[in-house]
Design a protein around this ligand. Structure first.
Ligand SMILES: Nc1ncnc2c1ncn2[C@@H]1O[C@H](COP(=O)(O)OP(=O)(O)OP(=O)(O)O)[C@@H](O)[C@H]1O
Ligand SMILES: [Mg+2]
Length: 494
C-alpha cells in the first residue's frame, strides 16, 4: 500500500473513531470543541501549532527506539498510543480533528518526507526545490511555482534531509556538506547545507518519471518533429555515434533515453551513470552506477572506471549518462574502437560548444595530448550532435541536429541537418518557431544505404518558404532563412 493510501485509510478510521466517541449533540446545537492547551507555565507556546512542536519531539522520542522493523500499521498504533500518553501526561487537550491531523503528519514524517509527500506523489511535478524549511518550489510543465507548503521548522527540514541521505549510506553535515542521493523511487536528490549554502540547507529533487517519455510524447510536446524521429531512428539503428548537448535541465537525459529506445533488441547495451536515470526497455541491458566516496573518503568508483570496465564486458553499445570529466576520452576511444552506436550527453550551448567542451574534458583525463590529436579523435568518434534547449516559456525543443563532417586543417566541419528557426510573431511570451530540415544531404546517407536503412527523401527537405509581404514598419526585419552553403560557411568560421 502506498503512503498516501495508508494515510487515507488512517483518516477514515480516525473519522469513524471520532464519530463513535462524540456525544450526540442535541438538535440545533453544535458539539462543543475541546478547549486547546490547558497547561500553563511550559514551553508549549500560545497555540496548538507551537504546542505541537514540543509534543512532536516528545512523541518521536517515545516512538524512535521502537521503530526498527515496525510495519506501517504497527507504527500508526505506536504513534497513537504515544500521543495519547503524552497528551495526558502533559495535560494538553486537542480537538479530534487536530489529533487526527497530528497523527497523519507524524506518520508522514516518520514513514515519508513530511510536506514533500504530496509533491512526490504528484506526477505532474517534475522537480521539487526546497530553499529553506518554509520556501518550497516546484517545476510543473517547465515552469517554476512557489508552493504554500512548509516544514514545521528547520529541525524537521534537516531531519528529512538526513533521512534521505542516510538511506544511501551517506551523511550530510559541516564536514560533508554536499551530497547526492536517491529516493527509493529512483528520484535524484542533491542536498547542500551550510556553510556552503549560506542561507540554509537546500534540497533539490529531480523526480523519477515512472512512465518515461517516449518519442510520441516528445512529438506532442513539440520537442521533436516526425521527420526528426524518422531520421534519428534510422541513425541509431545504423549505429551512428550520437552526442546530446544542452544546458542544465534542458532534457538531455530524456532525449538520450528516447534515442536509446531505437536500439535494436538483439544488442548488448551497457549504461553508465552517476545516478541511474535511464530506463531502457530492451531485453539485454546492463546498468552500471558510479559510487561516490564514503564518509572516510574511500571506495569511490568513477564513471571513468566504469567505462574502462564496461569495455571488458563485451558491449555492443555503451551509453554514458553524461560526460563531465576524463571519461570523455574513454568514451571517444570506445566509439572509435568497435562500439559504434554509443551515445552520451554533454553540457554545452551549441553543437560547436559541445565539441570544445569534449576537448576540454579529454584534457581532464590527464594525458598531454596535442589539440589536433584530440580533434581527430572527436571527429572520427562523433557522427551527430543533437542540441536541446529550454525556451523562455518552459518548452524543451531540439534546436539543431548537426553532422560532424570531417576536418579541414585544425577545424572540425559541422553541418546542420535540422535547425530550429524562430519565426516572426509570438503569443504572450511563447516564441513561435519550428524545427525544420535545412535541405542538405547528410553524409551519413551512405551509412544508411550500406545497411539498407531507408529514410524517405522528404524527411530532409527544407520547408518551402512562403513569400512574406515586406516589413511594414521601419526597423522590423523580415526573416530570411540562411542559404545551405551559408550555414556550412558560418559553422566553418565560428
Ligand atoms: N521534451 C520535454 N518536454 C517537457 N519536459 C521535459 C522534456 N524533456 C525533459 N523534460 C523534463 O525536464 C526535466 C529535466 O529533464 P532531463 O533530466 O532530461 O534534463 P537534463 O538536461 O538531463 O538535466 P541535468 O542537466 O540536470 O542532467 C525532467 O523533469 C523531464 O521530465
Ligand atoms: Mg541529465
Amino acid at each position: 500500500m502506498k503512503l498516501s493510501e495508508k494515510l487515507a485509510a488512517l483518516e477514515d478510521e480516525e473519522k469513524r473513531e471520532a464519530a463513535a466517541a462524540a456525544p450526540a449533540a442535541p438538535a440545533g446545537t453544535q458539539a462543543p470543541t475541546a478547549p486547546r492547551r490547558r497547561i500553563a507555565g511550559t514551553a508549549r507556546g500560545d497555540n496548538w501549532e507551537a504546542t505541537k512542536k514540543t509534543v512532536r519531539s516528545l512523541v518521536l522520542e517515545e516512538v524512535a527506539p521502537k521503530m526498527q522493523g515496525l510495519t506501517a500499521e504497527a507504527l500508526i498504533g505506536e504513534v497513537k498510543t504515544a500521543l495519547d500518553k503524552i497528551l495526558q501526561r502533559e495535560d494538553v487537550q486537542v480537538s479530534p480533528l487536530e489529533r487526527r491531523k497530528f497523527v497523519q503528519e507524524m506518520i508522514s514524517d516518520t514513514l515519508g518526507y513530511g510536506p514533500l509527500d504530496p509533491l512526490l506523489g504528484d506526477d505532474s511535478i517534475t522537480e521539487v526545490m526546497c530553499n529553506s524549511f518554509d520556501d518550497i518550489w516546484i517545476e510543473r510543465e517547465g515552469r517554476l511555482e512557489q508552493t504554500a507548503l512548509k516544514f514545521t521548522d528547520d529541525t524537521q527540514y534537516r531531519q528529512v534531509i538526513e533521512k534521505i541521505v542516510a538511506a544511501v549510506g551517506r551523511r550530510v553535515d559541516e564536514s560533508s556538506p554536499m551530497v547526492d542521493a536517491r529516493l527509493p523511487d529512483g528520484s535524484r536528490v542533491n542536498a547542500i547545507v551550510p556553510p556552503l549554502a549560506i542561507h540554509g540547507s537546500v534540497l533539490t529533487i529531480r523526480k523519477f518519471s515512472r512512465d518515461p517519455y517516449q518519442a510520441k510524447d516528445l512529438i506532442n510536446f513539440g520537442t521533436w518533429t516526425i521527420d526528426l524521429v524518422t531520421v534519428m531512428e534510422a541513425c541509431v539503428r545504423a549505429s551512428l555515434n550520437v552526442l546530446v548537448s544542452g544546458g542544465t535541465g534542458t532534457g538531455k537525459t530524456t532525449n538520450l533515453n528516447v534515442l536509446s529506445s531505437f536500439i535494436p533488441d538483439g544488442e548488448r547495451v551497457i549504461t553508465i551513470e552517476d545516478s541511474a536515470e535511464l530506463q531502457l526497455q530492451q531485453p539485454h541491458v546492463i546498468n552500471l552506477e558510479a559510487r561516490p566516496p564514503n564518509a572516510e573518503g574511500r571506495g569511490q568508483v568513477s564513471i571513468r572506471d566504469l567505462v574502462k570496465n564496461a569495455l571488458r564486458m563485451r558491449p555492443d553499445r555503451i551509453i554514458v549518462g553524461e560526460c563531465r570529466a576524463g571519461e570523455a576520452l574513454d568514451m571517444l576511444q570506445a566509439m572509435n574502437t568497435g562500439h559504434e552506436g554509443s551515445m552520451t550527453t554533454v553540457h554545452a550551448n551549441s553543437a560547436r560548444d559541445a565539441l570544445s567542451r569534449m576537448e576540454t574534458l579529454v584534457l581532464m583525463a590527464g594525458f598531454d595530448l596535442p589539440v589536433r590529436a584530440i580533434r581527430e579523435q572527436i571527429n572520427s568518434a562523433i557522427d551527430l550532435i543533437l542540441q536541446v534547449d529550454r525556451m523562455p516559456d518552459g518548452r524543451r525543443v531540439v534546436t539543431s541536429l548537426t553532422e560532424v563532417q570531417g576536418m579541414e586543417g585544425d577545424v572540425i566541419l559541422l553541418q546542420d541537418i535540422f535547425k530550429y528557426r524562430f519565426l516572426p510573431g509570438s503569443e504572450r511570451g511563447r516564441p513561435s518557431g519550428e524545427l525544420a530540415a535545412t535541405g542538405l544531404r547528410p553524409k551519413f546517407m551512405d551509412r544508411l544505404n550500406e545497411r539498407e536503412i531507408e529514410v524517405p527523401a522528404h524527411a530532409f527537405k527544407a520547408p518551402v518558404q512562403v513569400a512574406r509581404p515586406a516589413a511594414p514598419a521601419r526597423g522590423r526585419r523580415s526573416f530570411k532563412p540562411p542559404e545551405a552553403t551559408e550555414i556550412v560557411e558560418r559553422e566553418r568560421l565560428r
